[in-house]
Design a protein around this ligand. Structure first.
Ligand code: MIC
Ligand code: SF4
Length: 649
């Protein structure tokens, strides 16, 4: 029985456990990436581990999320990140150089390698044949120090592509179709492996779009083989020597197979307020549009932007539409400048934004009240754009451009235009002058790490107490995203200042929560969050665990918790518990007492279930806790940082 490509790469990197899907394995990480919004905490935690060097082949620190300076905080973070990169031999991609996933694909990703990034869209690297995964910053810090990364050995889903995309149908529609087939639920612990004759014509940037947004299905990652397309891309980036051929065995066995005939894919959109809410463009046409935004790590490649430029060339933007374009990297920006695409966009009326995340994370270009915004990004959770009443639709660049041309959602096939077939260049314009390479080891010792007043200490949790005696401080519904738990947007600049950032926990849902939780914490009680299905979906931000931990949260009791968030909770010593009987969710009201006597012993023993009570009625609430022995040790220690530090002693 042959191996899938995922299995081949994971087996080669296996350092702990045995390759059995569903069990916990530890793998060696070759490359790491961080971005500024998660990076400062990741490096502060790396520093507290007391290591003198990184142990990866390559680690890169990107500044792409908080590049807009209002106040000193972001600038302080950037300086801290630059000095820490110099100190530890890490590449530093300066603000303005581009979005981490786009730049990593262009300049650093390598087939067959493992990549761990403190950002949930790290799977973008799967477009190059890497096993690339998103994780919390602390996991990345541990991997940077040479520690294994632990994950559930995945089940592999074969996404078998046949046929060829028709004009006006793009890679974005392929991933939206995949999302439609897979949905945003029930894929935890799986990897999507793309196979079949349909992949031959997909370029690496197109594959990267697909792998990027695969994150929205909840899979651990997505991966494409490394073939002649991969070789062509690496050669165009001046890195052909880094190419190796990689493919699954012909008799590889997959857990399940999804067939997609590319010639049948239609232009699609994700309607408000979930990336899984897929609707054909033809059903939405005529919807008036107020704003169109092109960019983000999903769709901001050279071909994406040149296609939009060609569609809009010589035309003019309707007066009622605001149109913004954020190139994914400086490489893309320089190339569309050289090729006249930038001029066409500006002439059309585009507002050109910095090569960064910007609008995607809601820290700029928030649309007007109650508006419709069509975006090429990957998430349209309510309020993420910075405007809670806005309706955000996700679409491909050509569908976005069609909306900008007409002022309404339009099927691009009905524009009456000829499809502008822009080819991926044979040579990209290579300019790494905004990437600061690592210094030789002997020059690093005297480097001083620069910490402005915004840089705080990463908080640590106390060991797990014997009994949990607390209160349901908040009860939330299904599908709570990390954007609900720990909003980004205008609050992003406090990412390095946990006491301040913690004052915004659950801001979109309940602004009294932080004060209520802090009050109970100060009285020595434990705070417990009760949640519905898919709690913590979306981003990898560990602040969604770290800040609740700072406010004294000791457990999350939910119908289900998403993969990266559950790992982050454990990393910060918060128990992720799930109802054995989902209907018990109705029993636990906000403000109710919750008691779990003997919780420490139960975790020590490796119990799979624990009994909670509300302290009044005699009802028993059974809670599942399926932890590996490593996770139990981390929880007992109060989190991964105290656990790792103790191991090093
Ligand atoms: C996102 O797209 O939500 C982010 C912002 O990139 C996050 C990381 C963060 O919150 O810093 C992610 O995807 O992990
Ligand atoms: Fe940045 Fe948006 Fe991509 Fe997150 S999804 S990394 S905010 S561009």
């Amino acid at each position: 029985m042959g191996y899938t490509l995922t299995e081949k790469i994971l087996r080669e990197h296996l350092v702990d456990g045995s390759y059995e899907p569903g069990t916990e394995i530890g793998i060696r990480i070759d490359q790491t990436l961080t971005q500024d919004a998660t990076g400062t905490m990741a490096y502060l935690q790396f520093e507290s581990m007391g290591l003198s060097d990184i142990a990866t082949d390559l680690s890169v620190s990107y500044v792409d999320h908080n590049t807009i300076q209002v106040g000193f905080e972001n600038a302080d973070d950037h300086l801290y990140l630059q000095s820490i990169a110099e100190k530890y031999g890490i590449y530093f991609s300066r603000p303005g150089n581009g979005i981490c996933h786009q730049v990593h694909l262009e300049r650093f990703g390598r087939p067959g390698k493992t990549l761990l990034g403190s950002d949930s869209h790290t799977p973008t690297g799967g477009g190059l044949g890497m096993v690339a995964m998103g994780a919390g910053g602390l996991d990345v810090a541990v991997a940077m120090g040479g520690g294994a990364y632990y994950l559930t050995c995945p089940r592999v889903i074969n996404v078998h592509l046949t046929g060829e995309l028709r004009p006006w149908v793009t890679a974005k529609d392929v991933v939206l179709q995949t999302l439609c087939n897979l949905s945003v639920k029930g894929n935890v612990g799986s990897v999507c492996e793309y196979t079949g004759p349909g992949i031959d014509k997909l370029t690496v940037p197109e594959r990267a779009t697909i792998a990027n947004m695969g994150a929205e299905t909840g899979v651990t990652t997505s991966i494409f083989p490394s073939d002649q397309q991969t070789r062509r891309f690496l050669a165009a980036q001046g890195r052909e020597d880094q190419w190796i051929p990689l493919a699954p065995d012909a008799d590889a066995v997959y857990d399940r197979t999804i067939e997609i005939d590319l010639s049948e894919v239609e232009p699609l959109m994700a309607a408000p307020h979930s990336p899984g809410n897929i609707v054909p463009v033809s059903q939405l046409k005529g919807t008036p549009v107020d704003q169109v935004m092109v960019g983000s790590c999903t769709n901001s490649s050279y071909v994406d932007l040149m296609t939009v430029a060609e569609m809009t060339r010589g035309r003019s933007l309707p007066w009622n539409v605001c149109f913004g374009v954020a190139p994914g990297s400086r490489q893309v920006l320089r190339m569309i400048t050289r090729n006249g695409g930038l001029d066409a966009l500006i002439a059309f009326g585009a507002r050109i934004l910095e090569s960064s995340c910007g609008f995607c994370i809601g820290n700029s270009m928030s649309p007007k009240t109650g508006s419709v915004s069509v975006r090429t990004s990957n998430r349209n959770f309510k309020g993420r754009s910075g405007t809670p009443s806005a309706n955000v639709y996700l679409a491909s660049p050509v569908v976005a451009a069609a909306a900008a041309l007409t002022g309404e959602i339009t099927d691009p096939r009905e524009l009456g235009l000829e499809f502008p077939r822009v080819e991926m260049p044979e040579k990209f314009q290579i300019d790494d002058s905004m990437i600061i390479p690592p210094l030789p080891a002997e020059k690093r010792a005297p480097i001083e790490i620069l910490r402005g007043p915004n840089i705080g200490e990463p908080p640590r949790n106390a060991p797990l107490p014997g009994d949990l005696a607390g209160v349901v401080t908040i009860k939330v519904e299904d599908n709570i995203t990390t954007d609900h738990i720990m909003p980004a947007g205008s609050r992003l600049k406090y990412r390095s200042n946990v006491p301040k950032y913690a004052t915004f926990v659950f801001e979109p849902l309940d602004q009294e929560f932080p004060a209520r939780a802090a009050d109970l914490r100060d009285k020595g009680r434990h705070n417990v969050i009760v949640a519905g299905l898919s709690y913590g979906q979306g981003s990898s931000r560990e602040h969604a665990a770290m800040c609740p931990m700072y406010l004294g949260v000791r457990a999350v009791v939910a119908k289900s918790i998403e993969r990266i968030h559950a790992a982050n909770l454990i990393n910060f010593g918060i128990l992720p518990l799930s109802f054995s009987d989902e209907s018990d969710y109705d029993l636990l009201r906000q403000g109710a007492e919750i008691l779990i006597p003997g919780i420490r012993q139960a975790v020590e023993r490796g119990d799979q279930e624990v009994i909670a009570s509300d302290g009044q009625s005699n009802r028993e609430i059974r809670l599942k806790m399926n932890f590996s022995s490593r996770q139990r040790k981390i929880l007992l220690a109060g989190g991964l940082l105290p656990y790792t530090v103790a191991q090093g002693d």
